[in-house]
Design a protein around this ligand. Structure first.
Ligand code: PLP
Ligand code: ZN
Length: 403
């Protein structure tokens, strides 16, 4: 595992030491301060022989996402078996692969980012972590904090999928349910963290969640035989995964692990009821505006203004991709479609990308022969309450019991 050379600000490019825990850039001339990216000296890993070692040497604590420890911070992993999730080939579309992130501990891809953030928190000796969450980050933080013996303080909307509340409580986290959105939760963490001695591990306000999520980029390229697909579809809330994958592509090209110049189109998918990145993309803006009255049952996409909006927009544009929104009705139809025809129970966020794929195939943006990776970011089973409601499904006899 390489030592961290420095942390680099995404906005002003200042170099900051990783010797002590960092949040956002301490020297940005004006707010909002830039997110910090981890930089290593990777020179000794150049070439395909180093790449082959990664693929060979992946057992014990180095299984899952830790097979990429050569490009991850030097710290003892707090692991529950995250990463190296299945890449499922669609039964109907020859170019389509589904990256099944529902197979992670806590049932979502959030395990990668929070597993890494908690690993580094333990490494730095932090004792109390706090996070505003749309739901699944809360469950993941609670699990990894329990495994590490660290306190977790969680703020999430009152109407998150019930599973998120149950799991966070079961793992022993201190949970506050907020009558509002993740932006209100973030404000509460911000207001109280100093007094309470909490370290804030909000999306893109510390450097290591991106490091965990970048393993999705390494993994999808390795699983496709160290080749890029033509497009990657990502359900975008805070955008950490999209940003992390792009960082992975950059690193892999520096390392000579993949042919440069053919990166995939990055397709950022949002819900029509909360689509700040899509609106900014359509308007040609550099950043997004706060989305009013955000509403969708794809709860992970209910982020009214992502902190990393400028980075997400840059990546989508640079890649030749697109930001697009789909309705809750399209999401529900796609859940049914993939469950019945492929045996895959998508989470609503995952179904937003399958619906988006249908649209981009229909309008000619993509060809059927294009190789694409669609991220199912979580297990459909975490959403049974909200998905049942979207489907108008009730337990037979439920009404008569209460009558
Ligand atoms: C299942 C699921 N998909 C997608 C997202 C959005 O992820 P990101 O914040 O990386 O954009 C979330 C965030 O909560 C989520 O829980
Ligand atoms: Zn800066």
């Amino acid at each position: 595992m390489p030592p961290i050379a420095f942390l680099e600000c995404a906005r002003c490019h200042a170099h900051v030491s990783a010797g002590t825990p960092q949040t956002v850039c301490p020297v940005c001339p004006e707010p909002p301060a830039g997110s910090l990216f981890v930089r290593y000296d990777l020179e000794h890993l150049r070439g395909s022989s180093a790449r082959d070692v990664v693929a060979r040497d992946s057992t014990g604590p180095w299984a899952g996402m830790w097979r990429y420890r050569a490009v991850l911070p030097d710290a003892a992993p707090v692991t529950l078996g995250e990463g190296w999730t299945p890449m499922l080939h669609s039964r109907r579309y020859s170019g389509v692969y589904v990256k099944e992130e529902g197979a992670n501990p806590t049932g979502t891809f959030k395990a990668r980012g929070l597993g890494m953030a908690v690993t580094m928190a333990r490494h730095y000796g932090l004792r109390k972590l706090a996070v505003p969450s749309a739901g699944n980050a809360a469950g993941a933080l609670a699990a990894y904090a329990a495994a590490a013996g660290i306190e977790a303080h969680i703020f999430m909307p009152l109407d998150v999928p019930f599973a998120n509340y149950v799991e966070a409580t079961a793992y022993g986290a201190k949970v506050v349910l907020v009558d509002g959105l993740i932006s209100d939760c973030a404000r509460m963490v911000q207001e109280r963290k100093e007094q309470e001695g909490w370290f804030d591990i909000s999306t893109l306000k510390e450097p290591f969640r991106v490091e965990g999520k970048k393993t999705m980029g390494y993994e999808l390229v390795e699983q496709l035989g160290w080749e890029y697909p033509d497009a990657v579809f990502y359900p975008t809330g805070g955008g950490v995964g999209l940003i992390g994958m792009w960082k992975a592509f950059e690193e892999m090209e520096q390392l000579g692990w993949v042919k440069p110049g053919r990166r995939p189109k990055m397709i950022a998918v949002q819900a029509a009821g909360c689509a700040p990145v899509v609106r900014a993309y359509d308007e040609g803006a550099k950043t997004s505006q706060m989305w009013q009255n955000a509403a969708t049952f794809a709860s992970g996409l209910r982020v009214p203004k992502p902190y990393g909006d400028a980075i997400i927009l840059d990546i989508v544009r640079e890649s030749g991709g697109v930001a697009m929104a789909v309705s809750d009705e399209e999401i529900t139809a796609s859940i049914n479609d993939w469950a019945r025809n492929e045996g895959i129970f998508l989470c609503p966020e995952g179904a937003s990308v399958t619906a988006a794929y249908d649209r981009l195939l229909g309008n000619g943006f993509l060809k059927a022969s294009d190789r694409v990776v669609l991220f199912n970011t979580g297990a459909g089973l975490k959403y049974t309450d909200v998905t049942a409601e979207a489907m108008g499904l009730q337990r037979p006899g439920a009404k008569s019991k209460t009558a």
